[in-house]
Every structure is written in structure tokens, then in C-alpha cells.
Design a protein around this ligand. Structure first.
Ligand code: NAP
Length: 284
């Protein structure tokens, strides 16, 4: 069997086109502010892509670049300044931050009403009680890719390998909210392959190149590869793509799978937040 490729690049294009249509109903220009601390080259590249995406949908975007030795106090003040700005509807603090800064404290400072990444405790709490409003970008993009298969999520056995706040844990909750039966696996899981072999939907968010092999995958499963790993200057996922695509029913490529969807969901969240700012129904 050779699986169907879930093309994230094409789906993201369609979502951007829908966003341009929805934007016509808004009387304001959505504004996204990204804070970058330090000059990590990968972060600089990701931010460049996000700005380019904003241009494509006619959003205002700006980057606040701050030195790596900035104090936590000054960074908090910067976030608060953006919280108060009328022309900024979404705020994103590019991670990782320098070790001297507590990431969660910074996320806690972002107003839930401007939380473009959907990672503040209020928005994650809403997700937890199945009140999905502003949801984290990567998990939401993963759900969109699974929906692209045309198969229902309800009743499926889903296995998430990885339990980070950013990806694994929230995507598991989103699958549970859609009535999948969800199992979380992580670095302390015993007999991992036994778990993954049962998955109708397998989400790999581990950060280890080509970790999921064909023997770990149930024939016909939907395999979502979240991993972004640099190996000899090439990007590879957490799934051994060439062999797993022969077993899976559907699979996401790396690059061109989850990554473009994550960025499209950032635009969608910013649009929702701008809609909410104007009292438009786009927020719901
Ligand atoms: P993370 O915070 O490092 O979490 C990795 C998770 O994998 C942890 O829960 C860890 O378990 C688990 N893990 C590590 N080794 C394992 C093993 N041998 N067996 C089973 N589980 C294991 O990473 P993350 O932020 O979730 O990101 C995961 C990957 O996705 C990274 O490659 C990242 O670059 C990528 N990513 C991609 C996008 C995108 O848009 N495509 C967005 C975000 C992240 P413990 O909890 O026990 O440590």
C-alpha cells in the first residue's frame, strides 16, 4: 500500500484565501506583533515566514527585536505595551527564550484576548473544558490535516507520541474533544511500539529524526509528523517517511505538512482576535 499525502502547503493556501474573503467583512486591518529575543537563526527564519504570510492576507505585522541579555522585567513590560495597543490584535513571543527568562511567565503576561498562539492558561483551560476558541496553532493545524482525510475522528484510537504543552498535550485534548480514544506516550512509556501499532491516528511530536518506523505503524493509519529536525542541512520529521508511507493510509510530509498549517492557524487566530476586537461574529 502507498499512502495518500496530506499536502499542508496546498491546504494552507486555501485557508489564506478564505481568510482574505473573511477579512472583507472586517472594518479594520488585523495586526500581529512578534517579539524576538536574541538572534537565533531558526527563529529569524520562522518569523520571516510569518511576516510573509501576513503580507499575503493583507494583515499588518511587525517584529520587535530585543537583545538576548534583556531582563525578564523589561520583556514583561514590552508584552504589556503590546497588550495595550489598539492596532495590535495578536501577540506572539517567539520561543525559545534565553535561559534567564521564564517562558511560562512571559506567556502568562500575554492578554488572552491577544493570544495569537493560543497558549495562555485561559485559552488552554477553555480547550480543556471543550470550549475551543483560540486554540494552539500546531494542534489546530494537525486537526485540519486529519480532517482532510475525509474520515471521521469520532471513535478512532489516537496515539500522541509527545506530551509538550505546545503540541502533544493540546492535540490529544482536541482529539478527545472530537470523541477519539486518546493515548499519550512519552519518554517514560514502556513498549512504545505496542501502543503506536494500535493507532488509527498517530501523531509524532517527539523531536527525534525518523524515530517512528514502519513496524510501529498500523496499516492504513493516518500518520501526522510534527517533527522538524535538521540532519546534514536537510529538514526531516520524526517519522521515517520513505518506509512509513508504504504502510500508512495517509501521511504528512516534512517539509510541507504540519509547518504551513501552523502558520495558517496563526493567521486564523489573529483574524478571530481582530474580529472579537470589533465585536464581529468572526471570533466564534
Ligand atoms: P518537546 O517539548 O521537546 O517534547 C518532546 C516530547 O517527546 C516530550 O513529551 C518527550 O517526552 C517525548 N519524547 C522524547 N523522547 C521520546 C522517546 N524516546 N519516546 C517517546 N517519547 C519521547 O518538543 P515539542 O515542542 O513538542 O516539539 C516536538 C517536535 O515538533 C520538534 O521536532 C519540534 O521542532 C517540532 N515542532 C514542529 C512544529 C511545526 O509547526 N511543524 C511546531 C512545534 C514543534 P517527555 O515529556 O517524557 O520528556
Amino acid at each position: 500500500m502507498s499512502s495518500k499525502i496530506l499536502n499542508g502547503t496546498r491546504l494552507a493556501q486555501q485557508i489564506r484565501s478564505q481568510i482574505r474573503q473573511k477579512l472583507k467583512k472586517l472594518n479594520i486591518t488585523p495586526g500581529l506583533a512578534v517579539i524576538q529575543v536574541g538572534d537565533d537563526p531558526a527563529s529569524t527564519l520562522y518569523i520571516k515566514y510569518k511576516q510573509r504570510d501576513c503580507q499575503k492576507v493583507n494583515f499588518h505585522s511587525e517584529v520587535q527585536r530585543l537583545p538576548a541579555d534583556i531582563t525578564q522585567h523589561t520583556l514583561i513590560d514590552k508584552v504589556k505595551e503590546l497588550n495595550d495597543r489598539q492596532d495590535i490584535h495578536g501577540i506572539l513571543v517567539q520561543m525559545p527564550l534565553p535561559e534567564t527568562i521564564d517562558e511560562q511567565t512571559i506567556i502568562d503576561t500575554i492578554s488572552p484576548n491577544k493570544d495569537a498562539d493560543g497558549l495562555t492558561p485561559i485559552n488552554l483551560g477553555n480547550l480543556f473544558i471543550n470550549r475551543e476558541r483560540i486554540t494552539p496553532c500546531t494542534p489546530t493545524g494537525i486537526i485540519r490535516l486529519i480532517e482532510l482525510t475525509g474520515e471521521p475522528i469520532e471513535g478512532k484510537k489516537a496515539v500522541c507520541v509527545g506530551r509538550s504543552h505546545l503540541v502533544g498535550k493540546p492535540v490529544g485534548v482536541m482529539l478527545l474533544n472530537r470523541n477519539a480514544t486518546v493515548t499519550y506516550c512519552h519518554s517514560r512509556t514502556k513498549n512504545l511500539a505496542e501502543m503506536t501499532q494500535q493507532a488509527d491516528i498517530l501523531v509524532a511530536a517527539i523531536g527525534k529524526p525518523k524515530f517512528i518506523t514502519a513496524e510501529m505503524v498500523k496499516p492504513g493509519a493516518t500518520v501526522i509528523d510534527v517533527g522538524i529536525n535538521k540532519v546534514e542541512d536537510k529538514l526531516v520529521g520524526d517519522v521515517k517517511y520513505e518506509e512509513v508511507k508504504e504502510v500508512a493510509g495517509h501521511i504528512t510530509p516534512v517539509p510541507g505538512g504540519v509547518g504551513p498549517l501552523t502558520r495558517a492557524m496563526l493567521l486564523e487566530n489573529t483574524l478571530k482576535l481582530a474580529g472579537r476586537f470589533t465585536g464581529s461574529e468572526l471570533y466564534e
